[in-house]
Ligand binder design. Structure first.
Ligand code: G3P
Length: 217
């Protein structure tokens, strides 16, 4: 399973990259705003800065909600850097724009996906990635992980190559469960990625090894 980090924070992206397990980055307008990155020029520069830190795909989201606007913005984003993936919202014009970009060989991430039907449409439009938001489904007492299973089944039934990018991942168990269910990618916060490291028996065992080594040296 590929690991993407879901942030626009350059320090956190660098930390995940330094760990050696990072395959890409996802961002959205809320994550940009959280880092205080505002204004079109600053946002575009920030995408380039992210691409210069990581080796993999970097999702950059359009703001337009009409086909022409999405095409114009998406083309400008794709021109920024070869690692940019154009992130489009799961609405009718987003699907049209998805087909437009993928026909031109430009990678697309369909975002704000909350149902299997939306994921089926994304695959039919040739999306590179589909982003089901599992945490936000959990927030409204709906099983986010079940959506991952449904999409996996549907994509495997027909051999769709669209990658399932589990998004709105909040914690370590989301990552582990997504891996069990066969999500191709997960995008989550640095805290969830680093949380995978933690086990008290590792810490106790290491302390014991070091103590025993000291006794004999
Ligand atoms: O990847 C989608 C993500 O940014 C949304 O996460 O935690 O705001 O639901 P969250």
């Amino acid at each position: 399973m590929k690991f993407f980090i879901d942030t626009a924070n350059l320090e956190q992206i660098k930390e995940a990259q330094a760990l050696g397990v990072l395959d890409g980055v996802t961002t959205n307008p809320s994550l940009m705003a959280k880092e205080g990155i505002t204004g079109k020029d600053n946002i575009l520069k920030h995408y380039v800065a992210i691409c210069n830190i990581v080796d993999g795909d970097v999702s950059a989201e359009v703001i337009a909600t009409d086909f022409e606007g999405m095409v114009k913005e998406g083309e400008a984003l794709a021109d920024l850097h070869p690692q940019i993936v154009v992130k489009l919202p799961m609405i009718a014009d987003g699907i049209k724009a998805c087909k437009y970009f993928t026909d031109k060989g430009i990678s697309v991430n369909m975002t704000l996906v909350f149902s299997a039907g939306q994921a089926l449409l994304a695959a039919k439009a040739g999306a590179t990635y589909v982003s089901p938001f599992i945490g936000r489904l959990d927030d409204i007492s709906t099983d986010g992980l079940n959506l991952i299973s449904e999409i996996r089944l549907i994509y495997d039934n027909y051999g769709y190559e669209t990658e399932i990018l589990a998004a709105s991942v909040r914690h370590t168990m989301h990552i582990i469960d997504c891996a069990k269910l066969g999500a191709d990618v997960m995008t989550g916060p640095l805290s969830a990625i680093m949380g995978l490291l933690k086990h008290p028996l590792t810490d106790i065992g290491l302390a014991q090894f070091l103590a025993d080594y000291k006794k004999g040296n």
